[in-house]
Design a protein around this ligand. Structure first.
Ligand SMILES: NC(=O)c1ccc[n+]([C@@H]2O[C@H](COP(=O)([O-])OP(=O)(O)OC[C@H]3O[C@@H](n4cnc5c(N)ncnc54)[C@H](OP(=O)(O)O)[C@@H]3O)[C@@H](O)[C@H]2O)c1
Length: 224
């Protein structure tokens, strides 16, 4: 009998993370879903409650009894956005975006490294087009995502047993994008943007790639 396959997905309660978690569950894999609100994980997941803005809690997260000995993949999908020009961005807006989008994936990955090495895992960082170029009003979010790319690049060189993929989606039709439209004062029409299912396809393709290859980066833009 083949070994069970284990994944951790953050941000599994909504948007891109939720679709990834449900896809993995549907094919019979075991999914640990990191969420901050009880009951938010898709049914069938093993729910791990954590606030990714709480670095002290993340320092201890590797100690949880719940983790499997081997983790085949981690998909870091949780993220937050708060737009504003540099002239107006508050310390709290900077800190929350850097904490959730950058520091949390680093601490979580560090905590799980022995289990990831044991499985020769694939670690996927859900980055953003904003991690490749910074536009006006996007300084804090972009800084967190530029940093996330640096984290991925360094990890890839440090950990020869682990495959590391950064995924850079353009605007995707999720609650986050609806919020961004509100902050930009624009009308939100979900059908204009990438479907979260399409981003999930790209993430799964990186996880499922045969072991003789790795995809360091995938950029996805709205098509049509
Ligand atoms: N949507 C886009 O246009 C777009 C484009 C490029 C990249 N991305 C990236 O894609 C990823 C997924 O975002 P999405 O579009 O799927 O948005 P989403 O539906 O808003 O999902 C974000 C998830 O992150 C979770 N999260 C936020 N803060 C957290 C915290 N402190 N602790 C634990 N979980 C937390 C949220 O949990 P709650 O439900 O509890 O808030 C939510 O489940 C993000 O990294 C985002 O930066 C999105």
């Amino acid at each position: 009998m083949s070994q069970p396959v284990h994944h951790l997905v953050t941000g599994a309660g909504s948007g891109i993370g939720s679709v990834v978690a449900q896809r993995l569950l549907a094919r019979g894999d075991q999914v640990w879903a990191l969420v901050r609100t009880p009951g938010r994980a898709p049914a069938g997941c093993i729910e791990v409650l954590a606030d990714l803005g709480d670095a002290d809690a993340l320092e201890r997260i590797g100690d949880l009894d719940a983790w499997p000995e081997r983790l085949d993949s981690v998909v870091h999908a949780a993220g937050v956005v708060e737009l504003g020009p540099v002239a107006e961005l508050t310390a709290s807006a900077w800190q929350s975006q850097l904490a959730v989008n950058l520091v949390a994936p680093a601490l979580l990955t560090r905590a799980l490294l022995p289990r990831l090495r044991a499985a020769q895992a694939t670690v996927v960082f859900v980055n953003s087009g904003s991690g490749l170029r910074a536009n006006p009003a996007w300084a804090a979010y972009s800084a967190s995502k530029f940093g996330l790319r640096a984290l991925a690049d360094a990890l890839r060189e440090e950990e020869p047993l682990i495959r590391v993929t950064s995924v850079f989606p353009g605007r995707t039709a999720t609650a986050m994008q609806e919020k961004v439209h509100g902050q930009e004062g624009k009308e939100y029409v979900a059908g204009r943007w990438i479907r979260p299912e399409t981003v999930a396809d790209a993430i799964l393709s990186a996880i499922d790639l045969p072991r003789d290859a790795t995809v360091p980066e995938i950029a996805i833009r709205p098509g049509g």
